[in-house]
Design a protein around this ligand. Structure first.
Ligand code: UD1
Ligand code: CA
Length: 451
């Protein structure tokens, strides 16, 4: 009886062709790293155990994935994929199904793996136009695999076969132990090939089933930075198509980048050059203008973001206007009908219903009530060089242009601040407060002359 799933991820390869100090599988990929995409796919299958086979620079990998529930196995002196799985054998559960994944193929789809797991023993394969470099799938009459032959070991006829091994193989722990004990290095590369177990199974009448992927691109491995970029492009296309099918319109899809996860509603429009990073939640009817960067935000229904704006950890209630050229930093909360216009920067700031900061303003550590108008050039002076302080602006306040509010300070409800004021003390409600020198003209003043 097979009653649990063990996943073995092979990541002991050196990744020499990346020419990098960084381990290959730790290179950035669609918002995280190559290996994290594989772990995500692997976790979606609800495995009872995930075993990572590491080698070169294993410390880097362990450190990066320290938050994950992983059983680590070192492959000392790596000598092939068969050797790698042999290293993991002592950790396998007795009654487990064992799924072997390769660490450098991040496009693998959960639906294909789910298909694979339906058989007692199976290999994930793909029909490709150029099979060069891959192990070829040799099938017998009834469609089962009689052998996998590596490129370097294949005869000219075998090289004609264009069904190839993805590198992903599944069988029981019992079979794995039995067959891996019988493989040898008698091949062109002098390595222990995992793929040799397929021939052994066939001899015992326990042949592996070939399960073809739906989309041949998903078996692509990453060996150098050119392949990294190509695979990123494929992944981006998949992510965009997924969003479009959920109700997002993109004016120029190829220019949009999704580096993370998006939870989206319907009738969302995204213009050219937008980058969505981290975890974003975007409600119905949101529009995002060209060249905006949106990171870890929750955008309420009907939020409008004009071009060239940058938002990070921002929450909008909906039906508000942001940008163009606005920078909303973490902790910004925007209520309905509010407006944050061009060249306005906010941080840890709440903007109430129908309040507006339309131009050239810095609002930091600030609470703004409803129906306020923050004039152009207003600055909350929240920092004395050592500590940060809060500014509170109550409902219906009007702040005249080019004012500085020296925190901590509270502007009472309905107050008006005259333009060009430097406010250092709390301001009374409903009154006009201003602090500026009286305008005067100096009689008899003469322009300086050049010596
Ligand atoms: C392997 C398969 C080939 C398949 C191809 C798909 C074998 C013998 N060949 O070939 O049939 O078409 O993948 O991409 O299995 N690794 C280790 N330890 C090792 C060697 C490799 O952990 O000693 C890891 C690598 O880090 C990599 C994976 O195993 O993630 C595949 O190894 P790689 O050397 O790329 O295998 P291929 O020669 O491409
Ligand atoms: Ca490979």
């Amino acid at each position: 009886m097979v009653d649990s799933l063990n996943i073995v991820i092979l990541a002991a390869g050196k990744g020499t062709r990346m020419n990098s100090k960084k381990l290959k599988v730790l290179h950035p990929f669609a918002g995280s790293t190559i290996i994290e995409h594989i772990l995500q796919t692997s976790n979606a299958l609800n495995p009872d155990k995930v075993i990572m086979v590491y080698g070169h620079q294993g410390k880097q990998l362990k450190h990066h994935l320290s938050g994950e529930e992983i059983h680590w196995v070192e492959q000392v002196n790596p000598n092939g994929t068969g050797h790698a799985v042999q290293c993991a054998l002592p950790l396998l559960d007795d009654n487990a199904k064992v799924l072997v994944l390769v660490g450098d193929a991040p496009l693998i789809q959960v639906k294909d793996l789910t298909q694979l797991l339906k058989y007692p023993s199976a290999v994930l394969t793909a029909q490709v136009s150029n099979p060069f470099g891959y192990g070829r799938i040799i099938k017998n009459m009834d469609g089962f695999i009689s052998a996998i032959v590596e490129e370097k070991d294949a005869s000219p006829e075998q090289r004609q076969v264009n069904e190839v091994n993805s590198g992903i193989i599944m069988t029981t722990a019992e079979n794995m132990k039995k067959w891996l004990a019988q493989i040898n290095t008698d091949n062109a590369q002098g390595e222990l090939y995992l793929t040799d177990i397929i021939g052994l199974a066939h001899k015992e009448d326990k042949s592996f089933k070939a399960v073809q992927v739906e989309d041949q691109r998903t078996i692509n491995g990453i060996n150098d930075r050119v392949q990294l970029a190509k695979n990123e492009a494929i992944k981006q296309q998949m992510l965009r198509e997924n969003l479009m099918l959920q109700g997002v319109s993109m004016r120029d899809p190829d220019s949009v980048q999704i580096r993370g996860f998006v939870d989206c509603g319907e009738d969302i429009s995204i213009d050219a050059g937008v980058i969505l990073e981290g975890e974003n939640k975007i409600a119905d009817d949101v529009s995002i203008g060209a060249y905006c960067i949106i990171k870890n935000c929750t955008l309420g229904k009907g939020t409008r973001i004009a071009p060239h704006s940058m938002l990070e950890e921002v929450v909008t209630q909906g039906d508000c206007d942001i940008g163009p050229f606005a920078r909303l930093r973490p902790g910004t909360k925007v209520a309905t009908k509010a407006k944050i216009g061009n060249f306005v920067e906010t941080k840890k700031t709440t903007i109430g219903h129908n309040s507006k900061a339309s131009h050239l303003t810095y609002l930091g550590d600030c609470e703004i009530g409803d129906n306020c108008n923050i004039g152009a050039g207003t600055i909350t002076c929240n920092y004395d060089g050592v500590n940060k302080f809060k500014t509170i602006i109550e409902d219906e306040v009007f702040i005249g242009s080019d004012s500085q509010l020296i925190a901590p300070v509270t502007i009472g409800k309905g107050a008006t601040i005259g333009a060009g004021s430097t406010i250092t003390k709390d301001v009374e409600a409903e009154k006009l407060t201003l602090s500026r020198a009286k305008q005067r003209t100096i009689e008899g003043w003469q322009k300086p002359e050049k010596n």
